[in-house]
Design a protein around this ligand. Structure first.
Ligand SMILES: O=C(O)C(=O)C[C@H](O)C(=O)CO
Ligand SMILES: [Zn+2]
Length: 276
């Protein structure tokens, strides 16, 4: 498993562009026919992707976890950002269309991923944190999620937030997970921005045109930097960092968090005029 060791705000301020990318960005995941995992030392996050084609892919335990099976002490969120597919958990199969989400509880032993059509494979995004209790493995369909509308056309940030794994939705120990879709012509996400020292956050950008990029903002509000991010790439945001972005064309993104609390609204808002 790849290891990401987070930098603190002191080291961050001296980092070059390649160092920032190496530390906070995951590229090269979502390989057709592959299952990739990365371990982040912050909040013990595991970030992964599974793109099954002609055969099923199995989520195995990893030496770094010192666990008999992947979910022995962990919970796992799965969001499908590709074609139709299925996830089988201890013999029970869940069919996931695009943007359907599955929560897999601690103690689940045998987990595998399949695609309905190898030519249009499912693309399962995986986000996992340690769990202290077992919650039921359950899925929610995109069409059954209630969207929260934010922003406006005049500020180019009209968007809908879909919460899937959270206190009033699919229950979990610490994982909070959902996604945001932008309205046509609105390309700013999470603007005005915020930080939340109590939780780290992970963004997966998807449906980014291969010729385009999302300019992702990170860092303390008074010392921001940017990462240009392509399709199906992942940015990790420590609690001290803002996480916002603007696309050169439309896109979607999955956000997920772990840490001290599960209160989605627990954010320290930053006024746009205070950003540096
Ligand atoms: O567009 C947004 O605003 C978001 O999606 C914000 C994220 O959900 C977030 O940062 C939650 O802490
Ligand atoms: Zn946030």
């Amino acid at each position: 498993m790849k290891l990401l060791q987070m930098a603190d705000p002191v080291r961050y301020s001296r980092m070059t562009t390649p160092e920032l990318r190496e530390t906070f960005l995951l590229e090269g995941m979502f390989r057709p026919g592959g299952l990739d995992l990365a371990y982040v030392d912050l909040d013990r996050t595991v970030i992964g992707s599974a793109v099954p084609t002609t055969s099923a892919l199995h989520l195995e335990t990893q030496p770094e976890l010192r666990a008999e099976f992947f979910c022995e002490r962990r919970e796992l969120g799965v969001l499908n950002v590709g074609g139709s597919g299925s996830v089988t958990v201890d013999g029970e199969t869940f069919e996931l269309g695009k943007l359907d989400c599955l929560y897999i509880g601690r103690g689940s032993k045998v987990i595998s991923f399949s695609s309905e059509d190898a030519e249009k494979p499912a693309a399962f995004y995986l986000l996992s944190y340690p769990a202290h209790a077992e919650f039921p493995t359950k899925m929610v369909r995109f069409q059954d999620l209630e969207g929260l509308k934010l922003g406006a056309v005049e500020t180019c940030n009209k968007r809908t937030i879909y919460k899937a794994i959270y206190k009033e939705g699919l229950r979990s120990c610490q994982l909070v997970m959902g996604f945001t879709l932008l309205d046509e012509g609105s390309n700013w996400n999470t603007m005005p921005p915020h930080t939340h020292m109590r939780r780290s956050e992970v963004y997966l950008y998807f449906d980014v045109d291969p010729a385009h990029r999302v300019l992702h903002l990170m860092g303390p509000p008074q010392e921001t930097r940017h990462l240009f991010i392509g399709d199906r790439e992942v940015a990790v945001s420590p609690g001290w960092s803002v996480h916002a972005g603007v696309g050169t064309k439309s896109y979607g993104f999955c956000w997920g968090m772990g840490g001290e609390n599960q209160a989605y609204d627990d954010m320290d808002a930053v006024a746009i005029a205070e950003l540096k």
